[in-house]
Design a protein around this ligand. Structure first.
Ligand SMILES: Cc1ncc(COP(=O)(O)O)c(C=O)c1O
Length: 456
């Protein structure tokens, strides 16, 4: 069996909220005064129905029919057994991957984009602003807004804007409007351009620009939408893991040993992993691995801290592993993994020992992606290549141990819009970039001085 499908009527009808089951205390976001913020303090940025979801204490949250209707356009997504990769590795491990590249925009991002656009429309919002790194999220939100008749404005991190020109065309085709960030359209962007005219940009800068535009609309009809990090985004993505569990059951798999996802802000990883974390909390022995780039080692090299989500400190302080909100990551090709922080729920789960992060360098990831394209045939996104490389490591470990382990990873997106990274790799022009402990310490010192420390 190479693929396991679910029919539309087998789609999960509720999302799973890990916050309810995490051991310890979940730390609240803090305002400028260091006090927990109240939901109404976010009202200028997000619609109240999503704010309610952000702080919900329900374990299971119903997926509205309107959102299901949008998800049916490509979901349930297939689960594949990577038989060809297994053979090439000569491993006794059974490798599965959840294929999120089948969505219209080519990644997991539309899972939350359609939900967020739908809730905003329900609330009477006409226009959404957002940031995008690799362009996947901007495409996904442009698509979702296009389907629902909302306007969409995307601030795309400069380095990706230059590396991936077709992403902009994709956004425009769905009706979105995309500009390079930092831009001259916002006060934050203009200030940064004055100080650093050649900056490659960062997600932290692009988020500041998008929030500034949303809260600056005096008609009150614009809100901001975030593609990762926040609790409600993790929630929407859990459909991935919930479907995968049903599919594994269909494939006769009784026990999963290892769950793997690449982690930028944490959403595709959380989407696959949180439903398995539920099993782990309830006694199953599962290794759960978020994989990040060594050039942006948020989980593996930083302590749990309070920090802002953006460079201009427009967001509240979130409890997360962070390299510091002023950190500007190296221009690696996995643009979606260039974020200084990590989702509070993923950070908390790592602190609680539920998950064991791994950091990998760019070349190993591209080598793994090459092996995957020449065995399974799919060309994965540079972000996803981190999950592929970690999977190969684990499958080879199983071979050494002679154990028939079950490994599942999230194929978060295809790389057909990211071919210039592959081109550079094939030409031998890519290098490994890794931060040293000293780099990390210096970066955190600049951004985090005086911030409170969360405790779980
Ligand atoms: C294909 C793909 N995978 C992974 C990511 C990382 O984001 P997250 O950690 O929120 O899943 C991105 C972000 O743009 C992406 O495009």
């Amino acid at each position: 069996m190479q693929k396991i499908y679910l029919s539309e009527d087998e789609i999960p009808r509720q999302w799973y909220n890990l916050a309810v089951d995490l051991p310890g205390t979940v730390n609240p976001p803090l305002g400028q005064d260091g006090q927990p913020i109240s939901p109404d303090m976010l009202a200028a940025v997000f619609p109240m129905n999503l704010i309610e979801q952000e702080v919900t204490t329900e374990r299971w949250v119903d997926i509205p029919d309107g959102v299901l209707d949008l998800l049916y356009r490509w979901r349930p997504s297939p689960l594949h057994r990577a038989v060809h990769l297994e053979k090439a590795l000569d491993t006794p491990a059974k490798i599965f991957y959840k294929n999120e590249s089948v969505s219209p925009a080519g990644s997991h991002k539309p899972n939350t984009a359609v939900a967020q656009a739908w809730y905003n429309k329900e609330f009477g919002i006409k226009r959404l602003t957002t940031e995008t790194g690799a362009g996947q999220w901007g495409s996904a939100l442009s698509y979702a807004c296009g389907m629902l008749g909302l306007e969409c404005k995307v601030f795309m991190v400069r380095v990706s804007f230059d590396q991936k020109p077709f992403r902009k065309v994709l956004m425009q085709t769905w009706g979105g409007n995309c500009v390079a960030s930092p831009s001259t359209e916002t006060a934050v962007g203009r200030e940064i351009l004055e100080q650093m005219p050649d900056t490659p940009g960062s997600l932290g800068i692009a988020i500041s620009e998008a929030i500034e535009q949303a809260v600056g609309d005096e008609t009150g009809q614009t809100r901001y939408s975030l593609g990762s990090v926040l609790n409600h985004v993790m929630l929407h993505q859990t459909i991935i893991g919930l479907e995968a569990k049903k599919q594994l059951e269909k494939a006769g798999i009784k026990k999963v040993d290892t769950v793997i996802g690449c982690a930028g802000g944490g959403s595709n990883f959380a989407g696959l992993a949180f439903p398995f974390a539920y099993d782990k909390i309830n006694g199953d022995n599962i290794e759960i691995i978020p994989v990040e780039p060594a050039s942006c080692p948020t989980l593996t090299m930083t302590d749990f801290s309070y920090d802002h989500g953006d460079v201009a400190k427009m967001t509240p302080m979130l409890p997360m592993h962070s390299l510091g909100h002023k950190f500007i990551p190296a221009p690696i090709h996995a643009g979606g993994l260039r974020y200084h922080g990590m989702a509070p729920l993923v950070s908390h789960a790592v602190e609680a020992g539920l998950m064991t992060p791994m950091a990998l360098k760019q070349l190993e990831c591209y080598e793994a992606a090459m092996m995957f394209s020449r065995t399974e045939g799919l060309i994965v996104a540079p972000e996803t290549s981190h999950a592929v490389a970690a999977t190969i490591r684990k499958a080879l470990e199983a071979k050494e141990e002679g154990k028939e382990k079950v490994i599942i990873f999230n194929l978060s997106g295809h790389g057909l819009m990211d071919l210039n990274g592959y081109e550079k790799f094939l030409a031998g022009e890519l290098q490994n970039i890794a931060l040293s402990a000293q780099d990390v310490e210096e970066s955190r010192k600049i951004s985090l001085e005086g911030h409170p420390i969360p405790k779980i």
